[in-house]
Design a protein around this ligand. Structure first.
Ligand code: TMP
Length: 221
């Protein structure tokens, strides 16, 4: 069904995914590739409403299963109204997070049974999978520090997950690394402690090797 390429960026908090998405989008666009960017939870009007519910500090706590159901409801909206139509047109879609975040946050982090997550995935997305996933890996203490600073500077109140504590974020990191081992054909681990341009070059190299496009490095800023 799909003609475009679906790339996801995953990892803990404060790994610099958004910056890398911006650079990759620019580099691919200059190379003549049509690119759509997205984020989860969110990406469509309805899914952004679910995002607000899940991320806001004052949303309180949810049962992990409820949380997964909300995330997969948002994901379904995102797939049906944005990701699949763009791929069908031959565009590339780059998403800041996708289902590996549910495996990591709600599965490894909150202890929701992984089979429940896979069952929900099957219902919502069937056999569809990302073509390529970058797992951004960083010491959670460094990542959380960066993320809290960004949230403080922007006055956003989207910090419900940041406030879940270091042991939670350490479980996430291990979870993402296990996911990369489980799906080696689509996952590439990126050392997110490197500088921005070095990571950008590494990302471009993987894309070039896999898909034969030749995007040139773009400077950040
Ligand atoms: P971010 O845009 O800053 O990465 O925030 C999204 C937050 O939502 C992040 O803390 C991870 C969390 N999240 C989950 O817990 N499960 C999911 O499936 C997704 C997509 C995100």
């Amino acid at each position: 069904m799909t003609k475009g390429i679906f790339i996801t960026l995953e990892g803990g908090e404060g790994t610099g995914k958004s910056t890398q998405i911006k650079l990759l989008q620019q580099a691919l666009s200059i190379a003549g590739v049509g690119v759509v960017t997205a984020r989860e939870p969110g990406g469509t009007d309805q899914a952004e409403r679910i995002r607000d519910l899940l991320l806001q500090r004052d949303s309180g706590t949810f049962d992990p299963m409820t949380e997964a159901l909300l995330l997969f409801a948002a994901r379904r909206e995102h797939l049906v109204h944005k990701i699949w139509p763009a791929l069908k047109k031959g565009q590339w879609v780059i998403s800041d997070r996708f289902a590996d975040s549910t495996r990591a946050f709600q599965g490894y982090g909150m202890g929701l049974d992984m089979q429940v997550i896979e069952n929900l995935y099957q219902i919502v997305a069937g056999k569809f999978q990302p073509d390529l996933t970058f797992i951004f890996d960083i010491d959670p203490e460094i990542g959380l520090g960066r993320s809290m600073k960004r949230l403080k500077d922007s006055a956003l109140m989207e910090d419900r997950y940041e406030r879940m504590g270091l042991p939670f974020h350490q479980r996430l990191r291990n979870g993402f690394l296990e996911i990369a081992q489980k799906f080696p054909e689509r996952c590439v681990i990126i050392d997110a402690a490197q500088d921005i341009q070095a990571i950008h070059r590494q990302v471009l190299k993987v894309v070039e090797t896999r898909y034969g496009v030749k995007p040139k490095e773009v400077q950040n800023g």
